[in-house]
Design a protein around this ligand. Sequence first.
Ligand code: UDP
Length: 242
Amino acid sequence: MAATITTPLRARVLGVPVHVCGDVVAAALALHAKGGGQIVTLNAEMTMAARADPELGAVIEAAELVIPDGAGVVWALGRQGRRVRRAPGIELARRLLEHAASHGWRVALVGGSPAVMASLQRRLAAELPGLDLVVASHGYLGPAEWPPLQRQLLAAPPDLVLVALGVPRQETWIRGLPGRRSGLWMGVGGSFDVWAGSKKRAPAWMGALQIEWLYRLVQEPSRWRRMLALPEFAAAVLRQRG
Ligand code: UDP
């Protein structure tokens, strides 16, 4: 795809930056063509986390592309008069993997449990046979194992690195890499679990009703505490004028 996309407009939700662009895949490919950068997938929970955690806030501030991953962020942008389509990170990541497979990109995957990473590799080999996987590491390494992995990743050099370590660790880990990054680096949360078949995404009708969070809560009840951020997010947006 041609890299003639204009730079996406940068808006803010509760002070946290998010890019408004018609087509996030095109924006990501344009970023790759410019040498790469970090992609952050912003939802309501992460917006509240960024307000409470200056380190995460600074990482999102510095990210080259922040996409509106959650319905809450899209709703908040709508209240500012910005009509934006929701761009789930898991869908952008999958499209980038497909693009990688057909364009000879070097791809690295980091994160998930050892079992998830093993089954993900098997599945991707079958589903995207052209994929050039230069690094594939689960995310439960010991402290001494991370620095060599980081060096290996930076040296690849990769075109696309998907990192599934959970928020905010995946974002700060990408930012804190000891060296110059090239290619696209993106935190993907639970995407490996879904692709490996160990977790399910909410059905589309729940997405349409904007209650994906409820599905997630039923699948992973331990998330309830984190999800208290959602009503706090809504209240904070409603308190803001326009
Ligand atoms: N994970 C990991 N190493 C860790 C902690 C978590 O690789 O030390 C993985 C975990 O196996 C899962 C992902 O990180 O695949 C986190 O997924 P989650 O759905 O919790 O992401 P979030 O909602 O935080 O974006």
